[in-house]
Design a protein around this ligand. Sequence first.
Ligand SMILES: *[C@@H]1O[C@H](CO)[C@@H](O)[C@H](O)[C@H]1NC(C)=O
Ligand SMILES: *[C@@H]1O[C@H](CO)[C@@H](O)[C@H](O)[C@H]1NC(C)=O
Ligand SMILES: *[C@@H]1O[C@H](CO)[C@@H](O)[C@H](O)[C@H]1NC(C)=O
Ligand SMILES: *[C@@H]1O[C@H](CO)[C@@H](O)[C@H](O)[C@H]1NC(C)=O
Ligand SMILES: *[C@@H]1O[C@H](CO)[C@@H](O)[C@H](O)[C@H]1NC(C)=O
Ligand SMILES: *[C@@H]1O[C@H](CO)[C@@H](O)[C@H](O)[C@H]1NC(C)=O
Length: 526
Amino acid sequence: MAPLRLLLPALTLGSAVLAQNHQFRARCESFADEVDLPQVKVNFVNYVLGGTNLSLADNDPSCGASYQAVSSDTCRISMAVTTSNDSEITLEAWFPRDYTGRFLSTGNGGLSGCIQYYDLAYTAGLGFATVGANNGHNGTSGLPFYKHPAVLEDFASRSVHTGVVLGKQLTKLFYKEGFKKSYYLGCSTGGRQGFKLVQQFSNELDGIVAGAPAMNFVGLLSWSAHFYPITGPPGSVTYLSPDEWSVAHEEILRQCDALDGAEDGIIEDPDLCHPDVSTILCGSEASADSCLSAAQVDTVHQVLSPLLSTNGTLIYPRMQPGSEEYAAPIMYNGAPFAYSQDWWRYVVYNDPTWNATRWTVKDAEAALKQNPYDIQTWDADLTPFRRAGGKVLTYHGLQDQLISSENSKLYYHRVQKAMGLEPSELDEFYRFFQISGMAHCAGGDGANGIGNQAESESGTDPEDNVLMAMVRWVEEGIPPETVRGAKFSDGVGSPVEYYRKHCRYPRRNVYKGPGNYTDENAWECV
Ligand SMILES: *[C@@H]1O[C@H](CO)[C@@H](O)[C@H](O)[C@H]1NC(C)=O
Ligand SMILES: *[C@@H]1O[C@H](CO)[C@@H](O)[C@H](O)[C@H]1NC(C)=O
Ligand SMILES: *[C@@H]1O[C@H](CO)[C@@H](O)[C@H](O)[C@H]1NC(C)=O
Ligand SMILES: *[C@@H]1O[C@H](CO)[C@@H](O)[C@H](O)[C@H]1NC(C)=O
Ligand SMILES: *[C@@H]1O[C@H](CO)[C@@H](O)[C@H](O)[C@H]1NC(C)=O
Ligand SMILES: *[C@@H]1O[C@H](CO)[C@@H](O)[C@H](O)[C@H]1NC(C)=O
C-alpha cells in the first residue's frame, strides 16, 4: 500500500473531480428553469453520460438515425424555437463537461430537415459547446415547403442563423466563462449554410468550415435534374449500367491518372483532364466487355459537360471526371433525382403531380428567376466578412458525385473578380482546398480522412483535422498551408495506408518522387 502522504493528494483530486462531475450534472438538470428567452420552449434536458448509445426515438425515420453514440459527458437540451407565425425549428444544444471555451454550430444536408446528431456528438466530444437545428422541418422530403414559404425561409438561412444567435446566448447562460471563439462546421447543404453565414451574417462567427457547399443552389438542383434526360431510364440506348460506368471510369483514368505524375488511381487536378471515351467505342479496337456504344459515348461526354441555359450562359459547371463509379448509382441511375423533383413540385410550380421525367432547361430558367430567400447563396463580395476578421476554410472532394467540385472553383474565381483580390490576398480570410480521392463529404478512393466529421477522422492534430486547423488559424493566427488526408484501408478506424497533403487552390498537387506515391513528401503544390 502506498504511504498515506502520497495517497492523500490523489484522493483529494479524485473527490474534486467527483464533485465537479456532480456539479455539472446538477447544473445540467436544472438548466431548463434558467432558459427564459421569448422564442424558446425547452422540450427536455438530459444529462448524457459518455459511452452512452443514445436512443433518438423521436427522430424522423427518413433521417436514418435512431441511435447516436456519445463519447463524453454531455448536457443535451432540446428546444422548440418559434421563427415566424407559421414556422418553428427544433434546436438542440449539446454542452460538454470538458468544455474548451469554444462555441460551434453544425449544419444540415440535402433538403433536410434532420439534426445531424453525429456532428453534435463529434464536436461536443472535441469540447465545443455545440448546437444543431432541424432546419425548420423534419425529414428529408421537400413537401413541408409546399405552400409554406416560412418553412422555406428557415431552410434558406433563418434556421442556421437563429441557431447561431440563440446558441451563443445559451452557451453564455450555461457556462459562467461564456465562450472565447465561435465556429461553424458543415458539409453539402451544411456547406451552403456556412457560406450563407459568410455572405449574409458576416459578423457572427470567427471561423467557418464549409465543405462541398451546395451553393448556386438552384443551378445545382437543375444540374441534378438534367442527368435523367441524358441517360434515360434503364434499357435506353443512352443508358450505362454501373459496370459500363466502371468501364468508362477505367478509360478516364487511363487518360488522366498520370497527368499529376503518379499512377495511383487518383486524379489530382481535373482541370487537366478532358477525356474522350470514343477510344473505347465498340467495333474499334476495344473488346466486347470493355467498350461502349456510340450513344453511350455521347452520354459520357454529355454528363462531363457544363449545363447551359438556352441563351448559352452557364447554369452549372461540368461533373468532374473521376467520380463515375460514385455517381453511377445515384445520379446516372435512370431515375429522376428526388430532391430536384421535390423542388419543382413544392417550390417552383406548387404542383405535387409535376413529374421530373419531363424536366428541361426551361424549368431551370423558371426556377432561377425565383431564387426564394436568396437560396442561391452565390454572393461573391465577401468584404464585410473580411472586415469583421472572419476566416473561412472550404474544401471539396474531387470525386464528389452529388455536387461538382468545379462549382467551388467557379465561386473562388467569382470572389476573386468581385473583390479584385489575388489568391495571396484571399488566403488571409478564405482558403479553398481540393481533396483528391474524396467523394461527397466522405468516402472516396484516396486520402479523404481530413476530420471534417467523425466518419473521416484520423486524429485531432491541426495538421490532420480541418476543424482543429480552423481553431489554430483563429486562435493562434497560423493558417493551414495544406490539408492532410489519411487514406484508410477500410474506413475510419482501419489502418492508414498513406497520407497526402492536399493543396490550397489555385495550386495543384504534383508527384515529384522519388520513391512511392504513398510518400506524402514526394508531392508538391505548384
Ligand atoms: C419535429 O420533430 C420534433 C421531435 O419529434 C417535434 O418536437 C417537432 O414538433 C417537429 N417539428 C415539426 C415542424 O414538425
Ligand atoms: C446502438 O444501438 C443500436 C441498436 O441496438 C445498434 O444498432 C448500434 O450498433 C449501437 N451503436 C453503438 C455504437 O453501440
Ligand atoms: C404572418 O407573418 C407574415 C410575414 O411576416 C405576414 O405577412 C402575415 O400577415 C402574418 N400572419 C398573421 C396571421 O399574423
Ligand atoms: C412520371 O412519368 C414517367 C414517364 O412518363 C412515368 O413512367 C412515371 O410513372 C411518372 N411518375 C409519377 C410519380 O407520376
Ligand atoms: C440568359 O439566361 C439566364 C438564365 O435564364 C438569365 O439569367 C440571363 O439573364 C440570360 N442572359 C441574357 C444575356 O439574356
Ligand atoms: C507503392 O506502394 C503501393 C501500395 O503500398 C504498392 O502497391 C506499390 O507496389 C508501390 N510501388 C513502388 C514502385 O514501390
